[in-house]
Design a protein around this ligand. Structure first.
Ligand code: MSP
Length: 514
C-alpha cells in the first residue's frame, strides 16, 4: 500500500536579521507542496523554524547589544509571524534553543560517539562565520586584501583550535553507494552532479565542535566545546519528530522525510553531512533534498551590504499575498535563480490572474447570474467539445501528481494556466450569449464553464489559497472537505447550487498609475 504520510521541511532560518524575500520564497514553495499533498489525502507534517546558535548569531546579538537568547527571541518571532502573514500551513515551528531540540542533539552526539565516529584533534583551516562553514585551501581566494570563499564570496578567517571531529572520510564510499541506490535523492540533476564529484574528490573528516565562543549546545562530557552549528541545526528535522524517541508516532509516521527543500547554497550540508551523520547514527537518510535557486534583486543575491534586500511585507502590501505567492511560484524557474521586479510581477498578475483566471470566473459568474438565476443548471448534455475541455483536466490527474512529486512546479502552474486560457477560449467559441434560443445548450456551456472553474480552483488552492477558496466558496463548496480526486468527476451540481458572485477577484494593475 502506498504510504499516505508526507513530511516536508524548509531550512531553519538564521534569526540574525529579519526575514527577506529569499526566506519567504523557500517557505511559500514548501507550503505549496504541503497543501497539495493534504489536498490529495496525505497526512502531512510541514516543518519550519529558526536556527539560533553559533558564532554568526552570537556576533549579530553583540552588534545589537543584546544577549543572544533575547536577540533570538525577538527575531525568531518575526519569522514566526511571517508564517501567518504568508498563510503557511506549517504544523510546527522549531527553535533550536528549545529543550526538546538540544536534548535530541546531545543524544545524536552521544550516539555518534558511541559508534566510534567522533574523535578529538585540532582544526587548522579557514572558517566563514557568515556561512558557518569550513573551507579547504583551494576554496578560498584573495579579494581586495581579504580572504574570501569562492563558493559564497563571504569573508573567511583562519581558525586553529582543539576540536572534535566526525569521521566523514569513513563514509565517503557509503555515501556514493547511497546516491547510487537513490538516484533522485538530490535534485535538480545538475546539483546532484556537483555533490557527487565533490564527494568523489575525497572527503576530509569534519570539525564538529568549536571552542572559541560559547553560544551553542555544549558537547556532552566536555563543556568547553559547543557543538558545530550545522550538526545542531540539521538535527531539527528529527528533533521535531521527537527524536530520540524513534518509537513515537510522529517519528514512525514521518521519518524519513520526503522532501528537504533548501537553497542551493546549503546543499553540501544537506546532501553530504546530513546523510553521513544519519548513516553513522543508524538512522535512515531522507528521501530527497531539492536545492532551489536564489531570488535575485537587481540580478544579484540579496545582502545587507549591497542594500538590495527585498522585503516580502512591502511586496504583499502593494500587490497582495496570493499575487506574490503566485508570482514566485510561476515566474521563478524552480531550481534556478530568478530575478524579481515590479514590472514582472505586475505583468504576471495582469496576464494570468486578472485577465485569465479572474476574468474567466468573473464573466462566467456574471453570466450565470443574468441568465440562469444564479443557479448551476442541472439539465445538461455534454457534446464532444464539452468533454474535451473537462477531460483535459480530469484525465490528467496522475500527470498532475507526478509534476508535484518530481517538484516540477513551473510545469504544474503552466498546466493550470493553460487550462484557464482554454476555458476562456471555450467560452468565446461557444458564445453562450448567442444560445438564448437553445436553453439546454446554454445551460450546458454554463455548467461546463463552472465545472472547469471548480477544477482549476482546486488545483490553484495550494498556490493562491485565499483567492481559490473565495472562488470555491462562490460555488458553495467547502475547501476543507475538497479532495484533489474530485477533479476527475464532473459533478459540481448538487441540486441546484446557488452561485454567490463575490465580485472582482484580482484587480488589474494599471501601469500608468504611479
Ligand atoms: N540556518 C541555515 C539553514 C539550516 S537548515 C538545517 C541557513 N539559514 S539562512 O537563513 O541563511 O538561509 C535559509 C534559506 O534561505 C537557505 O535555503 C537559503 O538558500 C535561503 N535563501 C537565503 N537567501 C536567499 C535568496 N536570496 N533567494 C532564495 N533563497 C535564499 O542557511
Amino acid at each position: 500500500m502506498q504510504n499516505k504520510n508526507y513530511y516536508i521541511t524548509t531550512p531553519i532560518y538564521y534569526p540574525s536579521a529579519k526575514p527577506h524575500m529569499g526566506h519567504a520564497y523557500s517557505s511559500i514553495v514548501a507550503d505549496v507542496f504541503a497543501r497539495f499533498k493534504r489536498l490529495d489525502g496525505y497526512k502531512v507534517f510541514f516543518l519550519t523554524g529558526t536556527d539560533e546558535h553559533g558564532q554568526k548569531i552570537e556576533k549579530a546579538a553583540k552588534k545589537n547589544k543584546k544577549n543572544p537568547k533575547d536577540f533570538c527571541d525577538e527575531i525568531s518571532k518575526t519569522f514566526k509571524d511571517l508564517t501567518k502573514i504568508l498563510n503557511l500551513t506549517n504544523d510546527d515551528f522549531i527553535r533550536t534553543t528549545e529543550k526538546r531540540h538540544s536534548e535530541a542533539v546531545m543524544n545524536l552526539w552521544n550516539k555518534l560517539h558511541k559508534n566510534g565516529d567522533i574523535y578529538l584533534s585540532k582544526y587548522k583551516g579557514w572558517y566563514s562565520v557568515s556561512d558557518e562553514a569550513y573551507y579547504n585551501e583551494d576554496e578560498v581566494i584573495d579579494r581586495d586584501g581579504k580572504k574570501v570563499s569562492i563558493l559564497s564570496n563571504s569573508i573567511v578567517e583562519w581558525v586553529e583550535e582543539e576540536s572534535f571531529f566526525f569521521k566523514l572520510s569513513k563514509w565517503q564510499n557509503k555515501l556514493l553507494e547511497f546516491y547510487n541506490r537513490n538516484p533522485n535523492f538530490i535534485l535538480p540533476e545538475t546539483r546532484k552532479n556537483e555533490v557527487i564529484s565533490f564527494v568523489k574528490s575525497g572527503l576530509k573528516d569534519l570539525s564538529i565542535s568549536r571552542k572559541s565562543f560559547s553560544w551553542g549546545i555544549k558537547v556532552p562530557n566536555d563543556k568547553k566545546h559547543v557543538i558545530y552549528v550545522w550538526l545542531d541545526a540539521l538535527t531539527n528535522y528529527i528533533s521535531a519528530l521527537n527524536y530520540p524517541d524513534t518509537q513515537s508516532s510522529l517519528f514512525k509516521n514521518f521519518w524519513p522525510a520526503d522532501l528537504h527543500l533548501i537553497g542551493k547554497d546549503i546543499l553540501r550540508f544537506h546532501a553530504i553531512y546530513w546523510p553521513a551523520f544519519l548513516l553513522a547514527a543508524e538512522i535512515e537518510p531522507p528521501n530527497r533534498v531539492f536545492g532551489h535557486g536564489w531570488i535575485l534583486s537587481d540580478k544579484e543575491k540579496m545582502s545587507k551590504s549591497k542594500g538590495n534586500i527585498l522585503d516580502p511585507l512591502e511586496m504583499i502590501k502593494i500587490y497582495g499575498l496570493d499575487q506574490l505567492r503566485y508570482y514566485l511560484v510561476k515566474e521563478v524557474s524552480f531550481g534556478n535563480d530568478g530575478n524579481i521586479s515590479n514590472e514582472n510581477i505586475e505583468n504576471c498578475i495582469n496576464s494570468d490572474l486578472a485577465n485569465n483566471y479572474g476574468n474567466f470566473c468573473q464573466r462566467t459568474f456574471s453570466f450565470v447570474e443574468k441568465n440562469c438565476k444564479g443557479i448551476v443548471p442541472s439539465d445538461v448534455k455534454f457534446n464532444s467539445d464539452d468533454l474535451k475541455i473537462l477531460n483535459s483536466i480530469s484525465n490528467n490527474i496522475n500527470k498532475i501528481r507526478s509534476l508535484i512529486d518530481d517538484q516540477q512546479l513551473n510545469e504544474y502552474v503552466k498546466f493550470i494556466i493553460d487550462k484557464s486560457s482554454d476555458a476562456n477560449k471555450y467560452f468565446n467559441d461557444e458564445s453562450p450569449w448567442s444560445k438564448k434560443g437553445d436553453k439546454k445548450r446554454l445551460d450546458t456551456i454554463v455548467y461546463v464553464s463552472l465545472e472547469v472553474i471548480r477544477k482549476i480552483s482546486i488545483l490553484l488552492l495550494p498556490i493562491i489559497p485565499y483567492s481559490a477558496n473565495k472562488v470555491l466558496a462562490s460555488l458553495n463548496l467547502d475547501p476543507r472537505t475538497l479532495k484533489l480526486s474530485s477533479i476527475t468527476d464532473h459533478l459540481i451540481n448538487r441540486s441546484g447550487t446557488k452561485i454567490i458572485n463575490q465580485g472582482i477577484l484580482f484587480k488589474k494593475i494599471n501601469k500608468n498609475d504611479d
